[in-house]
Write a protein that binds this ligand. Structure first.
Ligand code: PLP
Length: 455
């Protein structure tokens, strides 16, 4: 039999439940705190921003949560997604390691983001919400929510980080194609945006600022709710369909991953691929595996941030959450992996990192693009700049396997394609990409302004 490259599941094999890792953790994560009182928040505090079903998922400790039938029906436009064996990449690296990747770029928006956009839009529509406000960095989340909102009759407004809005005009066109409105952030349409523009008229924006604008719109308008594309527990939960499918596909392949790798911006695609495998380990059903989160060296929350309470946004409208953070006022340099330019990391993933269950690495964008181009030239798929971080991580592991003469099995999440990021590739080929370091002084300043929380 010829060697297989692709592992497909039938529609009927698509998981019907999400996996909630909160059920299997040895200790619970620290509670979110109210921004004004510093006390743990309750469901009522979140009600202006999210529908009840989402709030319930945010705090749930049930191990398995049903995926609603109508959500599953939409998922079948692209799910189950394929798992590939990257034989040509293995050959190019001359490694004894076996490399597998789960490809989430087959969704309509081209990344894993619709896995959460669809259920979020559906739950909102079910509870009678008419409008959603959200933020987006590179535009993958904004376009995913535009697509999802359109399917369920919701009016979607997206605040897009200014530097990405300018760098990537086609994401905005995509959002408009699916019926959403896209506004560059900081914008004059909110108090949060106006305050920042008053001090810095040319501000290039950040996810923290765009979140402030979207949260403000939701908080002030009773018919509008807020949706977040990463970071929160319910988003990580929705992404676990990725890892559950990968478990079935690795079984089909007759292999078992020793190392599981993903890029981390807010932590959702990494959690999606890793948590179902990590759950097997936490329940004592599998021996220990390595889980490697790869982040940009210019915005290194897991490797350089502090594990502390901080705000999720720049204007301090959101609850304080305990996470690895660079400080909510930190503005990362404008590198191309816009989806990775967030000052914090998912509290659940931060907690898990703090428990020593996962490792983290950081790389500059130059070496990541180099790995991404090698991947495109061997496996054919042009990866999203964010996803090149996972590829860089896997290349390093494969080269380690070669040095050590070990035939380990490596699995990574290819979180999206880069078809709308070709300007970034062009800049790379033209030698115009600089490996920007963040400003150490700005980082120290942002960290010194972390909120004081009695703990
Ligand atoms: C948004 C995005 C990321 C980063 O977000 P996570 O929540 O960390 O997954 C990574 N890759 C792609 C393709 C994205 O769109």
């Amino acid at each position: 039999m010829p060697d297989r490259n692709r592992y497909f599941l039938e529609e009927a094999q698509m998981p019907g439940k999400w996996y909630n890792i909160a059920a299997d953790l040895p200790t619970p994560q620290a509670p979110p705190l109210h921004p004004a009182t510093g006390q743990p928040i309750g469901p009522d505090d979140l009600a202006p921003l999210f529908p009840q079903a989402i709030i319930a998922q945010e705090v749930s400790t049930e191990r398995w949560i049903d995926i609603p039938e109508p959500v599953q029906e939409v998922f079948k436009l692209w799910r189950p997604s394929p798992l590939y064996r990257a034989r040509r990449l293995e050959k190019a690296l001359d490694t004894p390691a076996k490399i597998y990747f789960k490809y989430e770029g087959v969704s309509p928006a081209g990344s894993h983001k619709p896995n959460s956009a669809i259920p979020q839009a559906w739950y909102n529509a079910q509870e009678g919400v008419k409008k959603l406000a959200t933020e987006t960095g590179a535009g993958q989340w904004g376009s995913s929510l535009a697509f999802a909102g359109g399917l369920f009759g919701l009016d979607v407004t997206v605040y897009q980080v200014r530097v990405s809005y300018d760098q990537k005009p086609y994401r905005r066109a995509m959002m408009e194609t699916w019926g959403a409105r896209c506004i560059p952030s900081p914008s004059p349409t909110t108090d949060a945006g106006r305050a920042i523009l008053a001090a810095h008229p040319d501000h290039m924006g950040s996810l923290g600022i765009a979140i402030s604008e979207a949260v403000e719109v939701a908080a002030k308008n009773p018919d509008t709710k807020y949706a977040l594309g990463s970071v929160l527990n319910h988003v990580l939960l929705h992404q676990t369909i990725v890892g559950q499918e990968a478990i079935l596909q690795m079984e089909m392949a007759g292999d078992d991953p020793d190392v599981i790798i993903g890029c981390t911006g807010g932590g959702s695609n990494f959690a999606g691929i890793a948590f179902p495998f990590l759950g097997q380990q936490l329940r004592g059903e599998h021996n220990k595996r390595r889980f490697v989160a790869v982040e940009p060296a210019a915005c290194p929350s897991l490797t350089r941030g502090k594990f502390a309470y901080d705000f999720g946004d720049t204007s301090h409208l959101t609850p304080m959450v305990k996470m690895h953070t660079l400080g909510s006022t930190f503005t990362p340099p404008g590198f191309h992996a816009g989806g990775l330019r967030y000052h914090g990391m998912a509290p659940m993933l931060s907690h898990i990192a703090n428990l020593g269950l996962i490792e983290a690495q950081a790389y500059h964008q130059g070496p990541c693009f180099e790995a991404g181009v090698l991947f495109a030239r061997t496996e054919g798929i042009v990866p999203a700049p964010e996803a090149t971080h996972a590829i860089k991580g896997v290349v390093e592991e494969a080269l380690r396997c070669k040095r050590e003469g070990r035939a380990e099995t490596l699995l990574f999440c290819l979180s999206g394609h880069g078809h709308l990021d070709m300007a970034a590739y062009q800049a790379y080929f033209d030698g115009k990409l600089v490996d920007q370091d963040y400003d150490e002084k700005e980082l120290a300043m942002a960290l010194s302004m972390l909120p004081q929380v009695a703990s």
